[in-house]
Design a protein around this ligand. Sequence first.
Ligand SMILES: Cc1cc2nc3c(=O)[nH]c(=O)nc-3n(C[C@H](O)[C@H](O)[C@H](O)COP(=O)(O)OP(=O)(O)OC[C@H]3O[C@@H](n4cnc5c(N)ncnc54)[C@H](O)[C@@H]3O)c2cc1C
Length: 438
Amino acid sequence: MDRTSKHIVIVGGGYVGMYTGLRLQRTLRRELRNGSVRITLIDPQSYMTYQPFLPEAAAGSISPRHVVAPLRRVLPKIRILNGKVAKVNHEQRELTFEPIVGEPREIGYDVVVMAAGSVSRTLPIPGLADAAIGFKSVGEAIALRNRVLALLDRAESADDEDVRRRALTFVVVGGGFAGIEALAELQDMTDDAISYYPSIKKGDLRWVLIEATDRILPEVGPEMGTWTAEQLRERGIELKMSTRLNSVVGGQVETSDGDSFEAATVVWTAGVKAAPIVLSGDLPLDERGRIKTTTQLTVSGVEGAFAAGDVAGVPDLTHPGEYCAPNAQHAVRQAKVLGDNITAYLRGRPLRDYKHKYVGSVAGLGLHKGVANVYGVKLRGWPAWFMHRTYHLSRVPTTNRKVRVMADWTLSLFFRRETVSLGEIEHPRDQFRAAAAG
Ligand SMILES: Cc1cc2nc3c(=O)[nH]c(=O)nc-3n(C[C@H](O)[C@H](O)[C@H](O)COP(=O)(O)OP(=O)(O)OC[C@H]3O[C@@H](n4cnc5c(N)ncnc54)[C@H](O)[C@@H]3O)c2cc1C
């Protein structure tokens, strides 16, 4: 290793990791060219996922390949390593890297950026780990799409009423962004798809939301949240408010309101917690188990460590005493300040504070349906859906992806959306194995 150059290691290539890399590629252009700075980014995946497009990918409005940005193409000046960071020993300025294949190895650094995001926050509910699926990755979104469509196939082909009822019952737990958008987009897709299934009527499908509080979509405020709830009810979706999932052993859903029914699909989107890497190392954590971070996006009490996004507890300067919510709006903006602060740190200049007032949000609720509350402007239905699409199109990284997403949407104006299940992709060797077994 060249000891004369400064080595920056970014742990995680999602929003914070990729946008910090982009910023550093620009601000440290000279240093990267003359070799006085090297940057390495580590992530198990070779792409950044634009999570707000996952519901549309699940519904078949956007191709899954178009909701990701390839890290090696976007960050040509940065070395990308695929695998995961298993431990950070900051005192020694060293982390343990586990490549996809091969032995783990130690990597030394001068500056570390913790950008490992979050994972689903689950509860010890009987049956949950076996019966449910999360909704945070492209893999989960596409597996869910395939599953929902395969269940329509199963119901159409079955005579047994119990089999049909179970197949056509879909449950989503958690009424935030991810849960509501996934529920609304998938329900919209099945409404379209059933025209190809003569024996399935709209009333045969049961979509249920289980939400522990008395409101949904807090990101768009109480008024728009209430409006969204009314819209979903009008579409035939059951909203179980102030209700908890108690058990889901073998797909038998038991809820705290005393209801009990079978469901072949349970999607868990009830909150997130910091990625588990935070537990393996010597960086300080806050009371919620995230990396304790200052307003300048440095890790509290240590030198040469920075953190932002879902993995970090960043104080919200616009609401003293509170933390920034884990969302992309903060993650992207934090990454810019973080990149600039690393540059300032290396050049011995003062760092600046991160301060951003949450401006509200937009959410898609299916084709031509949406809700928005941005800078106090509240929109419903088609205008909100249009705003949701234009906003996210402007935000999805790289011109290449923008054009591809636009092409997907344009095609869907002329052709009905694809409603075929390619569940076989998840078991590509089954047929060959059966043939080989004779
Ligand atoms: C379905 C869905 C819809 C959403 N919609 C919106 C929206 O409309 N608006 C909004 O503002 N926010 C939205 N969000 C939230 C937003 O996507 C997240 O807040 C944002 O992705 C956080 O960025 P991040 O960089 O902290 O984490 P991520 O983008 O999740 O990136 C973390 C990266 O770290 C990697 N990683 C994890 N552990 C390790 C390890 N040990 N070693 C190396 N790498 C590791 C992961 O593979 C991942 O690539 C949505 C989220 C979901 C799931």
